[in-house]
Design a protein around this ligand. Sequence first.
Ligand SMILES: C[S@@+](CC[C@H](N)C(=O)[O-])C[C@H]1O[C@@H](n2cnc3c(N)ncnc32)[C@H](O)[C@@H]1O
Length: 187
Amino acid sequence: MRGSSFSVALIHHPVYDKNRQVVTTAVTNLDIHDIARASRTFGADRYYLVTPVAEQQGLVTRIVNHWRHGWGATYNPKRKAALELVTVLPTLDDVKEEMSLRHGKPPRVVVTGAAGRPGCVTTAQLSESMASGDESYLLLFGTGWGMTEEIFASADLVLEPIVGCGDYNHLSVRSAVSIYLDRLCGR
Ligand SMILES: C[S@@+](CC[C@H](N)C(=O)[O-])C[C@H]1O[C@@H](n2cnc3c(N)ncnc32)[C@H](O)[C@@H]1O
């Protein structure tokens, strides 16, 4: 049994656009469902969707409530079980605060990105720390063209990128979440 607990957060702000402007991206239905299922499969406590836009928060709540409480809950109980992990919050600070309250101490924040950076922790090292410690970890994933430098600078750990067989490694966020969770927590 793993010693530490972890949650996943998908950041819609602050992220870069193609021109490296800081923007807020739109939530997508696929990200809600697919990342919730991966989070549930690999034992996450929560899957946070982070967006400051009230309409987007409302949209997520409506979709999730349909599958948690509405007709969808009886139609597809496995989807309900995954979507029960979803929590929508306005900012990353709100997520850290919620986790601090729940666990009695702040989470260790781990940020991900396709570009390698000096001092990255490997998935093997993080997996070992998660298994042997009793921390709570918050794994951050980006949208758009990735999370801002401020998020990387303020994180406790930067996780090594997933690399394939050549130069190209720009995965969808859904693929990246599943690959990392399997490497960190899969049996
Ligand atoms: C920049 S967003 C791109 C989102 C894209 N629009 C989509 O449909 O998924 C992809 C996010 O997935 C993660 N990611 C993608 N490729 C990765 C890789 N090779 N290594 C580590 N993380 C990766 C990072 O969290 C990154 O911020």
